[in-house]
Design a protein around this ligand. Structure first.
Ligand SMILES: Cc1cc2nc3c(=O)[nH]c(=O)nc-3n(C[C@H](O)[C@H](O)[C@H](O)COP(=O)(O)OP(=O)(O)OC[C@H]3O[C@@H](n4cnc5c(N)ncnc54)[C@H](O)[C@@H]3O)c2cc1C
Length: 402
């Protein structure tokens, strides 16, 4: 007999785990399929997150507090002291999210890559999971695609429903090294340079005692070569005696805007839905909350007996009303750095020297942390308007606050 579920979630990252928890808490019969042999597998490294989303049990995954951020542009350096979130160990963070999903009643299968969607009259009715000689057809009312954007099998919704792939020209590629024997205290460093990281940046994150994560992301780069060259050329405070002991290569579709994240019998969430803030490339906040919305809407659709695209549009509407403008602003800000990025970051960091409010507003807008509070002040600042053009800053203010 073929096993039948209410909701099948494909992908066990933050988006999938959050969707599975929410759907199971609402009483749905939920199965989550993860292709790797463990949740929080070896391709996951660390993440910089606002403190308020690392709640209760998730706090166990905190590897370091962030008490200072140092920004480097080609000719400027600004140090900003204050409490700016935490660095979490993704391997543990994701496992703790899995604890929540399992205790809510969701079933999880690891080592279970989904290769195909099962469809009936154009409506998604399940998935086909397959590994080696093992294969399983699993039926359900709703599939939630939470496959992220990093691997060969990810982006099911995009490929199978929208019939396209991530635009390679716009993919931000990244590589990170875990460094042993590092001395980074509780300090994050961000390096902006169009030479090393076009349309991106490089970073050093503290990762507990004597460990640090150094990474680079940019468009049209070879991420391994770019990171090696960056390490070879730049003076990297705290890493003088450090050596790499692990590497993590990934990719992000920063510029894509997926117009539709639902269809008959299927929802897309997290990285698979392009829910990434283009300026920093951060996205876990959206994955967690949009996953929750997706799980809840999926169970409502099941209890109403209506997995149609029209019913599932509720998911699209809800997540865009919470984050649509934020992601739109992120795209606008990111595009401002397409021309003369080094000149602009030099000018901005120079304007920020000795202006503590502007420093905090920049970080709030970059990450984003408390965007609403920081964006208005940042875009209304005379110097910022001069650097990015008042037409641009006015347009961004109208976009966000109208
Ligand atoms: C270098 C880098 C650094 C980042 N740093 C930060 C940060 O500091 N803070 C932050 O908030 N965000 C950060 N992000 C973004 C963050 O990683 C993503 O927003 C987040 O991981 C998206 O979560 P997700 O669950 O959608 O996808 P993922 O975390 O990618 O999870 C997808 C899961 O689906 C599985 N999967 C894929 N295909 C299949 C399949 N066919 N069948 C079964 N399983 C499948 C994968 O194995 C994976 O476990 C960073 C991203 C990169 C690339």
């Amino acid at each position: 007999m073929v096993e039948h579920y209410d909701v099948i979630v494909v992908g066990g990252g933050p988006a999938g785990l959050s969707a599975a928890s929410a759907a199971a808490s609402k009483g749905g019969k939920v199965l989550l399929l993860e292709l790797q042999a463990q949740i929080g597998g070896q391709t996951q490294s660390v993440a910089w997150l606002p403190k308020e989303i690392v709640k209760r049990e998730l706090k166990r995954s905190i590897a370091s507090e962030v008490e200072e951020v140092v920004l480097h542009s080609p000719h400027r350096r600004v140090g900003i002291s204050g409490s700016y979130g935490v660095i979490v160990d993704r391997r543990l963070f994701d496992k703790l999210l899995a604890v929540q999903a399992v205790s809510s009643g969701a079933e999880i299968w690891i080592s279970s890559p989904v290769k195909d969607l099962l469809k009936n009259d154009g409506t998604v009715r399940g998935v086909c999971a397959e590994a080696g000689s093992w294969s399983e057809r699993l039926e359900c009312e709703i599939v939630i695609d939470a496959t992220g954007m990093s691997g060969r099998w990810s982006g099911l919704f995009l490929r199978e429903i929208l019939g396209r792939k991530w635009d390679k020209e716009r993919l931000v590629l990244s590589n990170e090294y875990l460094m042993a024997n590092a001395e980074t205290e509780k300090r994050v460093r961000l390096f902006f340079s169009s030479y090393f990281a076009p349309m991106g940046y490089a970073w050093i994150f503290p990762f507990g005692k004597y460990l640090a994560m150094i990474g680079i992301r940019g468009v049209r780069i070879h991420p391994d070569a770019a990171l090696d060259e960056f390490i070879g050329r730049q003076e990297l405070p705290g890493l003088e005696k450090a050596l790499p002991i692990a590497a993590f290569r990934r990719q992000l579709p920063l510029e894509n805007w997926i117009k539709q994240t639902h269809s008959d019998g299927i929802l897309a969430v997290g990285g698979a839905a392009g829910q990434i803030y283009p300026v920093s490339g951060h996205g876990i906040k959206y994955s967690l909350r949009c996953g929750e919305i997706a799980g809840e809407v999926a169970v409502e659709a099941v209890s109403e007996g209506d997995p149609s695209s029209e019913f599932l549009e509720e998911y699209d509407r809800k997540w865009r009303s919470e984050f649509g403008k934020e992601l739109q602003i992120g795209r606008m800000l990111h595009s401002w750095l397409q021309t003369s990025p080094d000149k602009k970051t030099d000018a901005l960091f120079s304007a920020m020297t000795n202006d503590i409010e502007l420093q905090r507003d920049f970080l709030g807008v970059f990450l984003p942390f408390e965007l609403e509070k920081h964006l208005k002040r940042f875009l209304s600042n005379d110097k910022v308007q001069k650097i990015f053009g008042q037409n641009n800053t006015d347009k961004a203010l109208v976009t966000y606050f109208s």
